[in-house]
Design a protein around this ligand. Sequence first.
Ligand SMILES: Nc1nc2c(c(=O)[nH]1)N[C@H]1C(S)=C(S)[C@@H](COP(=O)(O)O)O[C@H]1N2
Ligand SMILES: [Mo]
Length: 444
Amino acid sequence: MSSDDLPDQGKIRPAPESFLDSDLIESISRHGVDHRRRGLLQSAFGAAVAAMSGAVVASDQDILTLPEWSRTLGKPVAANPYGQPSIYEQNIIRRQSPGLTQTDQASVAFTPLQNMFGMITPSGLHFERHHQGWVDIDPRRHRLMINGLVEKPIVFTMEELMRMPSVSRLHFLECGANTALEWGNSAVPTVQYTHGMLSGSEWTGVPLSLLLERAGYDKGAKYLLAEGADGSSMTRTINMENALDDAIVAYGQNGEMLRPEQGYPLRLVVPGVQGVSWVKWLRRLEVGDMPYATKDEASHYVDLMPDGQQRQYTAIQEAKSVITAPSGGQKLQNRGYYNITGLAWSGRGTVTKVEVSVDGGRNWREARLDGPVLPKMLTRFHADWVWQGETALLQSRVHDSTGYIQPQRADLVAVRGTRSIYHNNAIQTWRVKSDGEVDNVQLG
Ligand SMILES: Nc1nc2c(c(=O)[nH]1)N[C@H]1C(S)=C(S)[C@@H](COP(=O)(O)O)O[C@H]1N2
Ligand SMILES: [Mo]
């Protein structure tokens, strides 16, 4: 089977009748443009839809005849010393946006949110954002130095760090530039490109507060400078408040060592704060008494306001949510039941409520939340929907534990203008057309 025959970006799988017809099945191409493919598509989701509609068809050869895999030997265990996804899932990959200028090193690859379940992003699909390419560092030669306003500067080896008391916590990581293209009218086609600089993982490491104590940090110090070991000279000012609260110097991701793309062997985890501050390949922390105004915070990662002023140090990722299915580039194959599902999160605390609208925000219904609902982590939501072939405008809206409610795009633009790159947390709209095709539209 060639990769061209495989299911692509998480289309809504058809009910069994259309499997039997071996109808042309709509999919979307590599870059999310609608594209026709022939093929029999199966997945856990397809099975769930089949079960819901209860359509057992007596002439289905796939249940009436024993397939060859039921009559032959399976593969040996040694074939897969490190497990890989099924070959039928090989189009579920990180992708680079067609709408962004790319160089090989200063680049970004987005998580396929439309294909994800639950709240954890598999490590191999965690989005990647590198300012100067990624490096794979020999952990025996990696060091972390803590200096500046401390009693004595210290240098840790990885071995020393991994002997210290550790914590494991689940947190989302979102680039401040996630959803940047929606500031304009570009309306990129899929949720992978609108919201895919977002992932959720379990992170393991040493609480940053413990390392600062060990170095004897000056209790009057208000800031930290975090520096990476890659060629980008990535340096960011971290508030001491965040550092002492829940920041982690992490070496673990989803139960194993960090992936090189995520900063192996050491990265900073600053829950709720924009991705750029989660410095990868972390090599130095300097304790200081004022913000450092480095290039990555003085001229980059600032928000251009309508009056021409730049907003600096907007660290926190405000509450945000998005429907991941049905979403742009997918196609509803026939009328009937659909589970609307998506993700909600807040950099300031926990998700308290998610509402879903199918009419562009005129009416709202409360969605079901999958637990556990954790602070500064993704929360999966679901809402039942019966589609009767009408044009629908799907939206989701999150409330967080501070009482904040995610804004409609027009309300956000009224305050922020449209010249920003960063911190777009507006409500996203997906339009379902009468032929079942779903696209990205902006209202108002
Ligand atoms: N050393 C270093 N740290 C870095 C970066 C980088 O290029 N170099 N990119 C930052 C940015 S902009 C983001 S959004 C996150 C992305 O983390 P990820 O690649 O693990 O998704 O890492 C941040 N930390
Ligand atoms: Mo970023």
